[in-house]
Design a protein around this ligand. Sequence first.
Ligand code: PHE
Length: 343
Amino acid sequence: MVPDIDQLHREAVAAIRAAGDLKALEELRVHYTGRRSQLRQVLGSIGSLPADKRRSVGQSAGRAQKDIEAALGERQQVLKLEQEAGDTLDVTLPGRPPRQGQPHPLSATADELVDALRHMGFAVADGPEVEDEYHNFDALNTPADHPARDDHDTFYLDDGSLLRTHTSTVQIRIMETQPPPIRVLSVGRCYRKETVDATHHMIFHQIEGLYVDEGVSLADLKGTLTALAQRVLGERTQIRFRPHFFPFTEPSVEYDFSCTICDQRGEVEGRRCRVCKGTGWIEIGGAGMVDPNVFRHVGYDDEKFSGFAFGFGIERVAMIRHGIDDIRLFLESDMRFTRQFSS
Ligand code: PHE
């Protein structure tokens, strides 16, 4: 059965002229002129047709083939030109501004804390995240059998070193290498074997301050922390000390900042304040006067010198400042999160 060649001819030319792109055109080429196309089959079978039909079928098939090939060539030229035009750069169009980055909310908060402390004369010190047991515990008056180690379980490496559980390690590293007076701060990543939830993470950041000189007192500590709090959370921020215990400070305190979200009223628009949970105070961190045993570990004269140290989590401060309610967001590197904080 010979297909209607004239119909095929018209249909093919119309389809080719309407082809939208080079890929569609190539598909049409295969369909209408490829090895398995109807037209090829007709051309291949002419020899077996009855003699009276050969001539007319051969002629119309030949014509169809010629026209279809011409249409393909024409359309290809047009589409190629169109594509090239699309690829050219139109220099008269306005530019696309590159997206501007901004500091991660943790970095921004850390930078502000560091700035505030530097203004008070604290120099920036650094220490390793992979620590040894001595600097993380023993030198901080926390021997192997001390129960305070239980709160600082961490990740241990094969060679016995560990991921530091606090930045207090830097206190030791600085005092080992420098004589008093000392006024340093340190910021960095810390690790603990925590079950991760909205307020705990096994990776977090701390900032630490250490001031050692003759005649340093707890009043100096309170003054320093008050100035720091007011600088980052506002002039009206107050601070309070609660007695506490740390092996490496004596006496030790935990300190709270007054809640600047509810202005210590404990409620916001008739609801219990989410940040201070209605108490008006926000727990921040630990501090105290450097324990004489620590001075002895680093070879300082504990009769002549006294000092204070404090440390706290940067996540906590960033969460209060920005109303962030899940600590996990800081480390997820989700741009939808980080883009929300312009510094
Ligand atoms: N290093 C303590 C902690 O992480 C905090 C602290 C720092 C306490 C300095 C006292 C002095 O829990």
